[in-house]
Design a protein around this ligand. Structure first.
Ligand code: OAD
Length: 242
């Protein structure tokens, strides 16, 4: 059913075992564009569709073009971003013992920077990078400051971000912890995600309760199965918890 901000705040106030499932819409209020909104990454013009560029085979065959897109369109906005009201409120709810886990599709590290501890990053993180040949790790600053078209390790291998590219599987350990948290929680909050990218979107099917909340600017598939639906910005709800 359609719900108001007050309705959602009430459900959250009366819950003691909450899990949060989020996506790129959680960071738009930190000025990181999402993927599928009209001003999102997927509605800009590139030589290749972004889903193609951030795929495993594209990275292997066109690392130079991958790096150009990834550095300019993904990394740059992330580096200048700060946690917003939603990131901060979730961290506060965790400290209060109410929020048990954040399951996120985001790779921007903003939940960590807001102080949250139990975070399952389904699509990895841009803040870890490693050599595909010897495994040596590199920081995001080293990747950003690298002046070459393709970042290579001192051993000669290509360095890549520890993110899940299209065509690559999710990390089993992250998935099983996410499923456990979702299947055991009292309240599941889904926010800032179009719920169209699988297998991530399929994880919400493990929820067994009757306090399923959606906070999203636009409609998502199967919305009529959701107990409380608020169409608006996540910050409008979560600023109430700061
Ligand atoms: P999308 O861009 O597909 O969806 C973001 C959703 O957030 C949209 O439905 C927006 O309406 C909504 N939104 C935007 N700003 C919001 C706000 N302030 N408050 C509430 N809702 C807001 O992003 P994801 O669902 O995260 O995968 O995309 C899933 C995956 O697709 C990403 O993890 C990425 C991408 O390809 C990989 O890179 C593997």
């Amino acid at each position: 059913m359609l719900a108001s901000v007050d309705d959602i705040v009430n459900v959250i106030n009366n819950s003691s075992n909450i899990v949060f499932f989020g996506g790129a819409g959680i960071s738009t209020e930190s000025n990181i564009p999402d993927f599928r909104s009209t001003d999102g990454l997927y509605n800009m013009e590139y030589d290749y569709p972004p889903e193609t560029i951030i795929s495993h085979s594209f990275f292997i065959n066109n690392p130079k073009e991958f790096y150009r897109f990834y550095k300019n369109k993904c990394l740059k906005p992330m580096l200048n971003a700060e946690p917003n009201a939603t990131h901060k409120a979730l961290s506060k709810l965790e400290k209060e013992g109410k929020l048990k886990a954040i399951v996120t599709q985001n790779i921007d590290d903003l939940h960590h920077r807001a102080g949250s501890k139990t975070i399952y990053e389904l699509h990895g993180t841009s803040f870890r990078n490693y050599c595909t040949k010897c495994g040596k790790e590199y920081s995001i600053e080293e990747v950003v400051n690298d002046k070459n078209d393709i970042m290579t390790c001192e051993c000669g291998g290509i360095v890549r971000p520890d993110i899940v590219l299209y065509e690559e599987p999710l990390d089993d350990n992250v998935v099983s912890k996410s499923i456990k948290a979702i299947s055991e929680c009292e309240t599941l909050i889904i926010a800032g995600t179009s719920l169209v990218v699988y297998p991530a979107a399929g994880l919400i099917r493990y929820y067994r309760g009757h306090k399923l909340i959606l906070i999203n600017l636009s409609k998502v598939p199967n919305e009529d199965e959701i107990d409380y639906v608020y169409h608006g910005k996540a910050g409008e709800v979560f600023s109430r918890f700061l």
